[in-house]
Design a protein around this ligand. Sequence first.
Ligand code: GDP
Ligand code: IMO
Ligand code: MG
Length: 425
Amino acid sequence: MPNTVIVGAQWGDEGKGKIIDVLTEEADVVARYQGGNNAGHTVEIGAEHYVLHLIPSGILHDDKICVIGNGVVVDPLALLGEMDALHARGIATKDKLLVGDRCHVVFPYHRLMDESREARLARGRKIGTTKRGIGPSYGDKASRQGLRACDLVDPAFPDLLAQRLEEVNSVLQAVGAEPVDPPRLTAAYAVAAERLAPYITDSVVYLNRAVASGKSVLFEGAQGTMLDIDFGTYPFVTSSNATAGGACTGTGVAPHRIDRVVGVVKAYTTRVGEGPFPTELDDETGKHIGRTGHEFGATTGRARRCGWFDAVVARYSAMINGIDMWAMTKLDVLDALETIRICVAYDCGGERLDRVPANVRRLVRCRPVYEEMPGWRASTRNARRMEDLPAAARAYVDRLCEITGVPLGLLSVGADRNSTLRAGL
Ligand code: GDP
Ligand code: IMO
Ligand code: MG
């Protein structure tokens, strides 16, 4: 299989975990490139239900290598918890999982700062983070204060952490949070370091050698384009580059080694957390979509906000990521609807916009301009080929592809691996 980036095209939770799991069959290596355990990637295999946070979704395949790339921020305790949970279900990680030695480490003080920042933000300015310490950890990385996986396994780790805690504790005290006890934290992380040491390696060299020897790599994005720190609805975003460019900076594999980009997109839109969402439905249809699609956060359990497909967002996403084809998910969730709407443009104070404005204060004033299509009112869940779909369902999918200018590669009509229709991918 060509080296492929899998990127979320909306606000995350598009079904990346399922798509990665399906495509891992044809890949040799799966590499996560950004985010941390803010992600929740679900994979359903028959009656088995897995939610992965830090470990790539390819781990459920026996003979594949999974890499946590340098762009990921790793909470070692969370990672060990996730590994243990997999081991308990008979899924091995030994010799299958590699953790990049350049990954930044998430500490409990990052979580405390995340929580305390959110608590202090006024209503309307809260981001609704997952409180996993992601923002403060990437903040430390950018301000060159972070500790990395290579530091965690260095004999100098206790000193490096003690130095860092001097500033951290003064900040925590200033915001009224409990200071961290250096010996206790060092001891907890030393135990984690010992367990993780066999997994920590130079993932950049590993991945480049794999690519050079003709192995195929799937680059697993977390979150989605509209949560990207540069291109999303800033400041209501996460703190990393979820977009396709992040695959290069987050793994150390050069752009021209990547062959294609697949955008994962839901047949409607959801968002979890705060921030503008032009096509949000605050009505019975929104509730119906949420119920039918089980739209609850895989990480925090929060109800996801639901709305119609936003083609302005999808086109923007296609442009930034260079999306070659869609992996469209959750078409089945729309099965019972009488009519379905597609947002084709925004009306922003009388001006028609066909792009996402940078300024969120402008975006909240945008009203969606809809086009309406008839629903199909039949189950698509048992469809296995495009020809099995009701004509109106096919027309809806075709219209989404036409309006976004991106062809369909794969269509998903259920959470299970098997509920997947191939259309060129
Ligand atoms: P991710 O973060 O992008 O991996 O997505 P999540 O796992 O957070 O959320 C997607 C949810 O939709 C999960 O519960 C999946 O099991 C489920 N899912 C994925 N594809 C489909 C589909 O085509 N139909 C239905 N009904 N559920 C799906
Ligand atoms: P996956 O990979 C959906 C959202 C949070 C919040 C914002 C910032 O499962 O698609 P953070 O904790 O990252 O600082 O929170 O980003 N968010 C996600 N929303 N899916 C995710 O990941 C998300 N990861 C973060 O809800 O609005
Ligand atoms: Mg998710």
